[in-house]
Design a protein around this ligand. Sequence first.
Ligand code: HEM
Length: 469
Amino acid sequence: RQKRSKDANETSSTTTVPWGPRPWPIVGNLLQLGYRPYETIYRWSKMSKYGPIFRLRLGSQTVVVLNSAEVIREALHDHSEAFAGRPYLYIINETLHGKGVISAPYGREFNDHKKFLIKNFNRFGRRRRSSLESGCLDEIRLVAEKLREKQTSPFHIGNMLSQISGNNICTLTFGRYFETMDITSLFDKLNENFNDTATIACFNFLPFTRRFKTNIFDNVNDSNRVIQKLVKERETNFESDDVNNIVDAYLDQMGKQRNFSKANLDSLVQDLFVAGTETVSNTLNWTIFYIVSHPHVQKQIHEEIDRFIGKDRAPCEKDRTQMNYIEAVLLESMRCHCAGPILLPRATTHDITFKNHFIPKDTFILVNMWSAMKDEEQWPEPEKFQPERFLDENHNLQNVNHPAMMPFSLGKRACTGEQIAKVQLFLILVSLFQKFEFSFADGWVPKDLCGQPGFTLRPPNCQYQASVR
Ligand code: HEM
């Protein structure tokens, strides 16, 4: 009887999620969100008439938006399974087809694939002198040569970073990296799409705008052709006693594991290129931008590298545990500009009462990570780049597990590649600053420091100069 009366109390105080600003006909709230939806939504969440949880309409789609570290943590961590679904989103479903991991519905098939990735990232990406580590260092050596050749002439660093992170994914996925036209054009196509796509893009919610975006699907088809060719090559050369990459490991499991299929393999490889290239290169691009904008930070980075590694030895993953300043710089850069300010959309997997609001199964959920990482109640002067937030007075790391620090997200859908991403960020950053001192090119003046929203949030297209140290 006690339980029944408790349930009755809960139901009486439960309400539906309140509406945010009034939606307009046909477009809903889409046009009110502006160029930087995460900032607009964050601003609304701070208004007492809306608060951290509210509903919006995007085209004809109703979505529930979650803001603030407390609300996001409670949803993604404490109710991890309830918020682990993925809703239908045009760009994701039409390109990744609900297979692999990113677009797969929550369930056994998804779980088996996610476990497979985590296990094999550890196997091929994190062993001592792993293929990822040595491949990454080889790639950086090539980029360093290019920078040396440039002497002091100005350059953009974005393409170089994409080349490194793209080839790291190639090494992990196929066991080798490529210098062919095919692979360069794959990176170009992916890059163009990252620019053009975002969760809150009109074409996802207003079907009549899709005719202006046909280039996205041409790019997807072209890059899929390259990916399928590379997978086929592995199938032809597969030998079960020489497994050293993700595709081989998957082929080895096909036939042994119930859900493993060719369709899932193709999507999984696509997932790795979509989730593992732009995120890493973008984070580095922002980090370099912040470092160059703060000369005292660059000076401390050089000092730390000289103290622990010197000018000649190549860095390795083990160095990470000692180099707290560089770790703090990376953390602060991810806080200031998280790769995905609004996460890939989630969906509720069952009815749930959350913060006294009833949210039915299959509700479209948008998680605004920006609201946690830029919250002035959590981070004093959140707009400022201050690596010291992550260091205590003894130079030990602090706030790494701060409740508002979630760059890789949380729960059942958290980033699968967090550990290998951190290794790459560290190795690439340290290798570049070990060899060079960077500055903005003479006469280059930053116009817009907020970045360009797309699939990820891209940094301003700075021109740099590098001098050999
Ligand atoms: C700095 C680099 C990276 C950042 C900041 C990052 C961040 C994220 C975030 C925020 C998500 C969304 C999770 C959600 O829906 O809540 C995600 C998903 C994912 N990431 Fe990463 N990521 C990075 C690098 C990588 C790398 C290198 C890989 C693999 C090679 C990877 C693989 C994935 C996958 C497979 C998912 C989908 C997980 C799922 O749906 O369950 N990521 N990542």
